[in-house]
Design a protein around this ligand. Structure first.
Ligand code: FES
Ligand SMILES: [Fe+2]
Length: 329
C-alpha cells in the first residue's frame, strides 16, 4: 500500500555537528569559568558538566571552593545530586562517605577502616573577579599561568555585573577569532567603519587594540576596544568612547558539541545613576545584538586551516600562531 507523505515545507538543518565542522582538538589547556561566585553560597553542592566530564562543585562552611570528579568510588553515586556539606567535606548522598577538597575520603560512618583507594580526582580551582575558574589540561599538568585580578571588579566607581549567557554549537578557537576579524564588524554587525586592529602576543596573552564606530540610539560613536585574551577561556574587553565598559567574557567547552559562553558587563558610573543605567543598557543591548548575529555563523561555519585571506583582513595570522600553544600535540 502506498502512503502519501507531504513533502517537508522547509529544508531541514543538515549542518554537521561541531566536531565534524571544526576538526580541532576539542578541549584546550587553560583556565575556564565554571560558575559565578554569587551562584555558590557556603554549604552549596552543584553538579557540573564541562570537558565531557562530570564533576561536583561545592563551597565548604569556611567558604573554600572545590571541584572534584563526580562519581563516588564506593558505588558510583553522583556527589552533585544530593551531596551535602559537613564542615570542610562533601558527604555522598548514597551511604554518607565524606571527602575533603583534596579528594581524600575522611570518613565512612559504618566502617572501622577507610579503604585506601577511596579517593576522588581533583581539579585546580581559582576564585577571583567574581568568577570560579577551573584549570583544564589534557595531560593533567598543573597551572603554568594565572588569570589576573581586575581592578574594576568590586570597585565603588563600577556597577555590579550584568550577565548574559548562551550555549553554542561551536569551538573556543572559532569564537575567539572574532576579536581579530576586523571585516566582520562592518559587514555582519554593521558598525559604521571597519576597525583597525593590531594584535600582539605575550606568552598566553593575546592583546588586540581596535578603533571602531558603534551604532547607538544616539547615533554613531567612535570608540577604542582593547581585548586581552588569557588563553581560550577568559577574555577582558574594555570599551572607551561613549561610556567606559568592561566585558568579562568566558567560553567553556561542555562536550563535543556545545560551549557555554558567559558575558559579565560592568560600567564606570556616570554622575547620575539614571544616566549610567540608560547608557549602560543601550551598550549591553548593542553587544548582545552583535553576539546574536555571530551565533548563526559560528553554528554553521566550517574551520578552514588555510583560509584565503586578503590585505584588508585583520591580524588573523597572528591569532592562528597564538592559539597553537593551548593544545597538547
Ligand atoms: S556511593 Fe557514595 S557512599 Fe556509597
Ligand atoms: Fe562578532
Amino acid at each position: 500500500m502506498n502512503v502519501a507523505v507531504d513533502p517537508p515545507r522547509t529544508t531541514p538543518d543538515t549542518t554537521p555537528g561541531s566536531a565534524d565542522r571544526i576538526p580541532l582538538p576539542r578541549y584546550a589547556n587553560g583556565w575556564f569559568q565554571v560558575a559565578y561566585s554569587h551562584e555558590l553560597e557556603a554549604g552549596d553542592v552543584r553538579p557540573l558538566r564541562y570537558f565531557g566530564r562530570d564533576m561536583v562543585l561545592f563551597r565548604t562552611e569556611s567558604g573554600a571552593v572545590h571541584v572534584l570528579d563526580a562519581f563516588c568510588p564506593h558505588l558510583g553515586a553522583h556527589l552533585g545530586h544530593g551531596g551535602k556539606i559537613c564542615g570542610e567535606d562533601v558527604v555522598c548522598p548514597f551511604h554518607a562517605w565524606s571527602f575533603n577538597g583534596a579528594g581524600d575520603c575522611t570518613s565512612v560512618p559504618y566502617a572501622a577502616k577507610i579503604p585506601p583507594k577511596a579517593k576522588l580526582g581533583t581539579w585546580h580551582v581559582r576564585e577571583l573577579n567574581g568568577l570560579i575558574m577551573l584549570w583544564h589540561h589534557t595531560e593533567g599538568l598543573a597551572p603554568t599561568w594565572e588569570v589576573p585580578a581586575l581592578d574594576e571588579y568590586g570597585h565603588a566607581e563600577w556597577t555590579p555585573y550584568e550577565t548574559r549567557e548562551w550555549n553554542i554549537r561551536s569551538h573556543n578557537q572559532e569564537m575567539a577569532e572574532n576579536a581579530v576579524d576586523s571585516a566582520h564588524f562592518r559587514y555582519l554587525h554593521g558598525t559604521s567603519n571597519m576597525p583597525e586592529a593590531g594584535a600582539e602576543i605575550s606568552d598566553h596573552i593575546l592583546h588586540v587594540v581596535s578603533t571602531t564606530g558603534m551604532k547607538t540610539p544616539r547615533g554613531g560613536v567612535d570608540g577604542q576596544i582593547t581585548v586581552d585574551a588569557y588563553g581560550f577561556g577568559f577574555t577582558t574587553t574594555r570599551f572607551t568612547g561613549l561610556v567606559e565598559t568592561l566585558l568579562v567574557a568566558s567560553v567553556t567547552p561542555i562536550d563535543e558539541e556545545y560551549v557555554h559562553m558567559r558575558f559579565a558587563f560592568t560600567i564606570r558610573k556616570l554622575g547620575h545613576h539614571n544616566a549610567t543605567s540608560g547608557v549602560g543598557r543601550a551598550f549591553i543591548a548593542e553587544v548582545t545584538r552583535q553576539v546574536e548575529q555571530d551565533i548563526p555563523i559560528w553554528e554553521h561555519k566550517v574551520y578552514l586551516p588555510r583560509p584565503v585571506l586578503c590585505d584588508g583582513d585583520g591580524p588573523i595570522g597572528v591569532y592562528r600562531r597564538w592559539v597553537k600553544q593551548f593544545y597538547t600535540a
